[in-house]
Design a protein around this ligand. Structure first.
Ligand code: ADP
Length: 448
């Protein structure tokens, strides 16, 4: 039976029971008909009263926080309470799930490598992730609902937002004072805006470095080319004696050699940047590297310096032989070029206590002021440009050394004192160093 029939039945039963009881009670007093009517009305009234009390209980529960279960009644009120509670609970559940989904979504955006900000139609901040707050110099909680242009006043950005031409990103200095930020904006919904921001400080720095590099290379090549073209003009236009002609040709040869060295260093750098990391299982004898570096040094300084080469024991280095040799000979050549005649240059290999190893190239030359040391490995950085050029330097030697070391997981340590000399250490990690026991040494010799 449905609840409706039940309710009708209950009312009828109560009306009949009340009517019968009223009639019985009223009959001895001669008010049988009136007693019956009153009894029927009381019967129905009783049902209405009970309904009102149950309804009030349910209403009170609905008005409250609904944390407790709904009143448990039987029949109509019981079913009504149960169904309302079920609807409330399922809405609560949907809300919790919705909130969890939103939190998940926001934490996904939070993890984005870009800054993300949502603006409402009035350019007030509706939401932003931590990176966007960092890029714009904002507090992600305190600054919510603030007008973005009240907080970010970079003129480039403000006019970008006003002009409404959002096809290209805008670049401006980060209001946090840390580098440059690029922002692109997209509109959505009813005038809402999505801002994607990116810290492009590194990219800008790399671009500046690339531009500087191209400018430096052009300058380095143009100088000998200008000199050469001057000499060619002289040869063509002036009647020179044989001695003068020979002198001009030898100067021309010097300039050509300078360009060749520059191009060769540039190619070495390009190769170092473009090739895969050197193998960690190809072993090169330290003794062989020392031997080759020594013969190079003796060619560069035939008797002009006191040269010494020694190793504290036989060892091997894992990596690319040509690169390791290039790093070592660059240091040796620098030591010779920056040490006046009669000075001492020593090259040593020594194993370190933690299993790593190092080449130490020490000279008694002109040395370097402290403030230059951190910049020595920059491309084309020279402390004294004319001395470097006069001795055939390109300004790329130490950058080649740094690259080789980075590729071998090593590091460069420079100690220097002006007027006293310098010490350059090529330090290799233990993974790439192994001592040679005498039997290994015998085996490694023939094949290498
Ligand atoms: P360069 O071709 O000019 O020698 P490098 O990159 O090899 O270029 O060295 C950069 C600069 O570091 C040099 O121009 C020189 O000023 C300084 N330098 C390098 N090695 C030494 C050294 N052994 N003694 C003094 N100065 C040095």
């Amino acid at each position: 039976m449905s609840w409706f029939l039940q309710r009708v039945f209950l009312h009828v039963v109560m009306m009949v029971v009340g009517g019968v009881a009223g009639r019985i009670a009223g009959a001895p007093l001669g008010f049988a008909a009136a007693g019956m009517m009153l009894g029927a009305a009381l019967g129905v009234g009783l049902v209405v009263l009970v309904d009102a009390l149950r309804g009030r209980r349910l209403l009170n529960w609905l008005r409250g926080s609904q944390h407790e279960p709904a009143p448990r009644d039987s029949g109509f009120w019981g079913e009504l309470g149960y169904r309302i509670e079920r609807a409330v609970r399922s809405r609560e559940m949907a809300l919790v799930q919705e909130k969890a989904r939103l939190a998940q979504f926001l934490s996904g955006i939070e993890a984005s490598p870009n800054g993300v900000m949502l603006l409402d139609a009035n350019d007030q901040i509706a939401w932003c992730n931590r990176l966007a707050a960092e890029h714009f110099g904002l507090d992600p909680v305190r600054d919510l609902s603030q007008h973005l242009t009240n907080l970010v006043r970079a003129p480039g950005f403000v006019s970008y937002l006003r002009e409404g031409q959002f096809t290209q990103p805008v670049v401006f200095p980060s209001p946090g004072g840390r580098g440059m930020v690029s922002v692109i904006l997209r509109t959505y919904g009813d005038g809402m805006k999505l801002l994607l921001s990116q810290d492009i400080t590194e990219r800008e720095r790399a671009e500046t470095m690339r531009r500087d590099f191209v400018a430096n290379v052009s300058h380095e090549i143009r100088t000998p080319l200008t000199v050469l073209s001057g000499f060619i003009e002289t040869l063509v236009n002036l009647p020179l004696t044989e001695v003068e002609r020979k002198r001009v040709l030898s100067l021309m040869a010097q300039q050509t050699e300078r360009m060749q060295t520059l191009v060769s260093d540039l190619l070495t750098l390009a190769q170092l940047e473009g090739s895969p990391r050197p193998p960690s299982d190809r072993w090169v004898d330290v003794a062989k590297l020392m031997q080759l570096a020594e013969s190079d040094a003796r060619t560069l300084s035939p008797g002009r310096h006191q040269l010494s080469f020694e190793a504290d024991g036989p060892a091997q280095l894992a990596g690319a032989e040509s690169e390791l040799l290039s790093a070592l000979t660059n240091l040796v050549s620098n030591a010779i070029r920056y040490t006046p005649e009669g000075g001492a240059i020593s090259v040593r290999w020594q194993a370190r206590s933690n299993g790593s190893g190092e080449f130490i190239v020490k000279d008694s030359g002109i040395g370097v002021e402290k403030e230059h040391i951190p910049r020595l490995t920059e491309r084309f950085y020279r402390v004294d440009g004319s001395r470097s050029r006069d001795t055939g330097g390109t300004g790329l030697g130490l950058s080649i050394v740094k690259h080789v070391l980075q590729r071998h997981g090593g590091e460069l340590d420079v100690q220097s004192e002006p007027g006293k000399g310098s010490e350059f250490r090529l330090i290799f990690p233990s993974l790439r160093v192994r001592p040679l026991v005498p039997s290994d040494e015998a085996q490694s010799r023939p094949g290498r």
